[in-house]
Design a binder for this molecule. Structure first.
Ligand code: NAG
Ligand code: NAG
Ligand code: NAG
Ligand code: NAG
Ligand code: NAG
Length: 636
């Protein structure tokens, strides 16, 4: 993909000129975003002093997002004559960039409110307007009051609980930050950052006498050979240029080559010693020597299986984040680096959650370079085994991120995200109280807490399956039972067309057994996951030995490997990569071995049960590689 840069100053000049033509947007302030009380663990400690500096960012509304579904269908529905005719970054920008009017009206209003033009900076992609401001000025602009809040761990935050924008400007603005977002600043290093809750696979240590396991133990321990046998994945691949398989890791997770070598030597017959991924470090992305499954586990797991399954195809590791900044639940710095259409003039999109670079050089391990913007090409398939709760960020932010995945899909990238490891509850088993606050870790009450990006309609959400207890290769898989695979219904994203028939049939034939006090049962929202793939006891090289990892972290790289292999076949046949997959998957349920046994758990319930057809415990089921390949090869 080509990156595209637009001169910032050019747009700014244009904005100022055209603004002289428009009338001044003078109108009453209208409340734009409001929270219902402050989150648990936070306390208001004082008013914010007038001269506190604030970098305000106005997220301008993009155009044509309401047509996302139609655009996506056009390039990814199997019946569409334009299947596979993906968009260029230029087409993405020209279709979705906010209107010139949105920019000029916003800038005009700011000038009118007395903000000096040298403090106003629009972004290259026309998506943001940044204002170097103070609390006093921001309070006037947004008709609000900023306060200082502190959480249990001593993190200090300047925020407000609601804010308003003039009626004449509102239609142009998605959201403004910092305002109602309660989350510690990522620019500073806080205790909270280090222990941020994230999706992590469970693991157990296994003592293996360095012999490859027989296929008859695949229900106890999973190896690449087991996955090949269960799904029919071929071993003899071919390296196809331009088809490297993308795996994303966030600091402090880091793979270890010696561990990979140990794994390749025992559990593969074809991957040579010292085979390494192509490392694309993003914003200081680095490889560490830290030991232990907490640091190496996720990365080693993802790479052992991605590399074993697609070899000799290359694997590209997008290693995100420097040694001072770790926010595994933020994907915007990644998006900036692989998608030039997404970048802002100053790195990540939101200083509340994204890395803002350069970092302070006095901090050891800090990335002091410029933020990466369109630095790397996106690979055809990208698998990410990290996530957060859908509710963790305001809807405006989460929706915007989901729409960026949609744009990558339009450009031909297939995105896999694990569906989560805590069933219908959120990360760490938290559910949601009636007032919207999270319940304690592992609680047995509350509303279901769907995960994101798993709940975004424009990615493929990969849940967890397993062979039955004591079962054999060839047995029908069941819902993973050593943990509870994530799945359910979004509180945010409407039902996409591709899933409408599957959801209608699910509800018409089954009663999930919960009412609206537990989850959004409107039958008009996105359900996830889309598919389920093996997820238990994946033998992984670690700290010089082996451990078995369990979770959907194992499933997403496995399914992504299948699509990478098939893309390779398509490219050899003179076709392109498949891009966004879900339109094809739901149109061809015969690709899947339906999973009809097992259920999830969470929030004191049995979660959802697997049933015939799509369900939130196992999606469409487990893929058969042969049929998946036949279907995808038959497409133009
Ligand atoms: C795989 O990556 C290596 C190292 O970047 C490169 O030299 C080689 O050409 C790549 N192979 C293919 C088939 O793209
Ligand atoms: C693999 O390569 C590493 C370093 O290149 C070497 O130390 C190790 O002995 C090799 N392992 C095997 C099994 O050949
Ligand atoms: C990205 O892909 C384009 C088109 O294939 C190529 O010209 C360009 O060199 C690539 N950029 C990088 C950073 O690999
Ligand atoms: C699985 O096998 C073990 C060991 O043979 C046995 O103890 C256990 O009861 C079996 N479980 C099931 C569900 O068949
Ligand atoms: C949902 O069901 C529970 C009992 O399972 C009941 O107490 C509650 O009133 C119901 N709520 C709604 C909104 O129907």
């Amino acid at each position: 993909m080509m990156r595209m840069m637009i001169g910032t100053s050019l747009f700014f000049t244009a904005a100022l000129c055209s603004s002289l033509v428009f009338g001044l947007p003078t109108s009453e302030h209208v409340v734009h975003e409001k929270r219902d009380g402050i989150p648990e663990h936070w306390t208001k400690i004082s008013e914010a002093s007038d001269d506190t500096p604030i970098d305000l960012r106005f997220a301008l509304k993009q155009r044509n997002l309401e047509r996302a579904q139609e655009y996506m269908r056009e390039v990814s529905h199997p019946e569409s004559e334009n299947f596979g005719r993906f968009w260029t970054p230029q087409e993405v920008i020209s279709t979705f960039a906010p209107s010139e009017e949105a920019l000029s009206d916003t800038v005009q209003w700011l000038l009118q409110m007395g903000v000096a033009s040298k403090r106003i900076a629009p972004s290259a992609g026309r998506n943001w307007v940044k204002v170097k401001s103070t609390v006093a000025e921001a309070e006037k602009l947004l008709d609000t009051t900023y306060s200082v809040y502190q959480d249990d761990e001593g993190t200090i935050l300047v925020a407000c609980e609601s804010y308003a924008i003039p009626a004449g400007i509102r239609q142009h603005i998605d959201f403004v930050s910092p305002t109602i977002q309660f989350d510690p600043r990522m620019g500073t290093i806080t205790k909270r950052n280090a222990k941020r809750e994230a999706m992590r696979p469970k693991f157990k240590t296994v003592n293996i006498d360095s012999e490859p396991l027989e296929l008859d133990s695949c229900s106890q321990l999973t190896t690449p050979a087991c996955l090949r046998a269960i799904y029919g994945i071929p071993e003899e691949g071919e390296a196809v240029e331009g088809n490297s398989y993308g795996i994303v890791e966030f600091a402090p997770q880091s793979y270890n080559q010696v561990d990979l070598n140990g794994f390749f030597s025992v559990y593969t017959s074809n991957v040579p010693n010292d085979t390494a991924p192509i490392v694309n470090g993003i914003d200081g992305g680095y490889l560490s020597d830290d030991t232990g499954s907490g640091t190496r586990g996720e990365s080693n797991l993802d790479l052992c299986y991605a590399m074993a399954l697609v070899h000799p195809q290359n694997v590209t590791l997008y290693q995100v984040g420097d040694a001072t900044f770790s926010n595994p639940a933020t994907n915007n710095n990644l998006l900036d680096a692989i998608d030039g259409s997404y970048c802002t003039f100053e790195g990540g999109d939101n200083p509340d959650w994204d890395g803002i670079y350069p970092h302070d050089a006095s901090v050891p391990g800090a990335y002091t370079g410029e933020p990466m913007c369109g630095t790397y090409n996106a690979t055809n398939v990208i698998s990410v085994s990290y996530g957060r709760n859908e509710i963790d960020r305001p809807p405006s932010y989460t929706t915007r991120e989901c729409m960026e995945y949609m744009k990558l899909g339009l450009m031909g990238v297939t995105l896999m995200f694990s569906s989560g490891d805590t069933g219908v509850s959120g990360i760490s088993g938290r559910c949601v109280k009636d007032n919207g606050a999270p319940t304690p870790v592992g609680s047995s009450y509350g509303k279901f807490n769907p995960l994101f990006p798993a709940s975004c309609p424009w990615i493929t959400s990969v849940g967890g399956s397993a062979l039955p207890v004591n079962g054999s290769v060839g047995d029908r898989e069941v819902v993973a039972y050593q943990f509870s695979p994530g799945g359910g219904f979004s509180n945010l994203f409407p039902l996409p067309d591709y899933q409408a028939a599957a959801i209608a049939s699910y509800y018409s034939e089954h009663d999930p057994g919960y009412n609206s006090s537990r989850y959004k049962n409107s039958q008009a929202v996105r359900g996830f996951p889309d598919v389920a793939v093996a997820s238990q006891d994946f033998i992984t090289g670690i700290d010089g030995g082996f451990q078995a990892f369990t979770g959907t972290s194992a499933a997403a790289p496995t399914f992504g490997a299948m699509i990478t292999l098939i893309n390779g076949e398509r490219i050899k046949a003179g076709k392109g990569p498949v891009g966004f997959l879900n339109e094809v998957l739901y149109a061809h349920p015969e690709i899947f071995n339906d999973i009809i046994e097992g259920h999830q758990s969470g929030c004191g319930t049995e979660g959802f049960h697997a049933v015939e057809g799509w369900d939130p415990a196992s999606g469409l089921g487990a893929p058969s590689y042969g049929i998946l390949k036949a279907v995808l090869m038959s497409l133009p």
